[in-house]
Design a protein around this ligand. Structure first.
Ligand code: GKR
Ligand code: MG
Length: 432
């Protein structure tokens, strides 16, 4: 079965929610739960060609994905430009559509039905591109116009963390606690040795700003040539942000989301000149005109999941190029399918000037047979057909069984913190 240009039709789409182990990483909302949801999407054609995608796995995403999995059957593999419309037709009423809500955890900007839909569409788009690539024998980057680099650089994503979750039976890893500048520097050293990262980002907003300033200065002393970034996820007031920006002006490459909102970000940049990056105040196309007009952000951290896929990421890149705004990449807890997709799109964007974020080194599990290797802080671009990864179906089934056996359906860093601190409530912003 094929379409008018001879491409195979999609005959089956499978949506597999999973729970993956996650270490106790701290942020301004609380701490990561021992297990976090992700979603794996597989599409299949009658000819037996398959493709895979990965995205956020909280309950609303699963609902939308299950609907899209039904309506994508019968579509040609090259249906990418119609995917959003296809998903939108079926999404009505699927999720809570209060447009003022922030995303789960309040760490990724607005949360509205369009953005949830885009996040789901991205996984189907990537899966279809993977299958399309496999059917014509070309890597995904070739379908996006071709790579302009052979490897993609990632930054070492440092987190304040505990050594272990305060819960019996929770997964463990081999990392120590990091709750002060020495701990952060030790973590960075290990990241540099193990993965060769040559730039670092510290997730902030977990401790009072003076302590985080001290951590960044300690990192700078230990790694004078490494570009550094600090990201408190909007936990600071404008005044606090200005103070931190002035203290760190000569040390950071950029500050990420120091404060919430376009106006506040614009004021911080105006008064300090420090470049600001965001994955919170510009996370949808609708937010671009006001943010760029106010010069609120100098770097947009794209995330192909919530921007709607790899093609949408390239559209975002074109807008950033047009307005002289920089581009890099945001990351949230993810596995190798997402890392493959991130790497494919990142290698096609000429104006990517910064090392991309990735959480992947924190994950001890994966759903692909051969997990990626970070060398010199970089991931090699695969030239194999499609994404260049194969699903390990045993692992996928085990992680899905874990999801089935658990009642965790959403990421909730506030609830996870409450286990250690029963008085913990969602912090009101700005915290400092
Ligand atoms: O994993 O705690 C975390 C991060 O804070 C994540 O949720 C953010 O979305 O990494 C992200 C960021 O750069 O803001
Ligand atoms: Mg961020």
């Amino acid at each position: 079965v094929s379409d008018a240009i001879g491409l195979p039709l999609i005959t089956r789409a499978t949506v597999t929610p999973i729970l993956i182990s996650d270490p106790p990483l701290l942020n301004t909302q609380g701490v990561h739960q021992p297990f976090t949801p992700r979603l794996v999407v597989e599409v299949e054609t009658e000819a037996g060609i398959t493709g895979v995608g990965e995205t956020y796995g909280d309950a609303d995403y699963v609902t939308i994905a299950e609907r899209l999995a039904r309506s994508i059957v019968g579509q040609p593999l090259a249906c990418l430009n119609g995917l959003l419309a296809l998903a939108a037709q079926n999404a009505t009423g699927a999720v809570d559509d209060d447009p003022t809500r922030l995303d789960v955890g309040g760490l990724r900007g607005v949360r509205n039905p369009d953005k949830l839909t885009a996040s789901v569409v991205s996984a189907f788009e990537v899966a279809a591109l993977d299958a399309l690539g496999r059917s014509v024998g070309l890597p995904v980057h070739a379908l996006l116009g071709g790579k302009v680099r052979d490897r993609v650089e990632y930054s070492g994503y440092l987190f304040y963390r505990w050594a272990e979750h305060p819960i019996d039976g929770a997964p463990t890893d081999e990392w120590s606690a990091a709750v002060d500048p020495d701990g952060v520097v030790a973590q960075a050293r290990r990241f540099a040795e193990q993965y060769g990262f040559t730039s670092f980002k510290l997730k902030g907003g977990a401790f009072p700003p003076d302590e985080e300033i001290a951590a960044i200065k300690a990192l700078h002393a230990a790694f004078p040539d490494h570009p550094l970034r600090l990201d408190p996820n909007g936990a600071w007031s404008v005044q606090t942000s200005i103070k931190v920006a002035n203290e760190l002006a000569d040390v950071v490459e950029y500050l990420e989301d120091p404060t919430l909102g376009i106006e506040g970000m614009a004021q911080v940049h105006r008064e300090t000149g420090v470049p600001l990056a965001t994955n919170m105040c510009v996370t949808t196309f609708a937010e671009i005109p006001p943010a760029f007009a106010a010069n609120a952000v100098q770097v947009v951290l794209s995330d192909h999941h919530f921007w709607g896929g790899l093609i949408a990421t390239r559209e975002l890149a074109a807008l950033c190029r047009t307005f002289g705004v920089g581009l890099s990449m945001h990351s949230n807890t993810h596995l190798g399918v997402s890392l493959a997709a991130m790497t494919h799109v990142a290698c096609t964007v000429p104006e990517l000037q910064y090392a991309c974020d990735t959480h992947r080194p924190w994950q001890t599990e994966d759903v692909i047979t051969v997990p990626h290797v970070f060398k010199d802080g970089c991931v090699d671009v695969s030239d194999a057909p499609g994404l260049g990864v194969e699903i390990d179906h045993d692992n996928l089934a085990n992680l899905h069984e874990r999801w089935q056996a658990s009642d965790v359906r959403d990421r909730d860093d506030v609830a996870a913190m409450r286990v250690a601190r029963p008085d913990w409530v969602q912090p009101s912003m700005p915290r400092w």
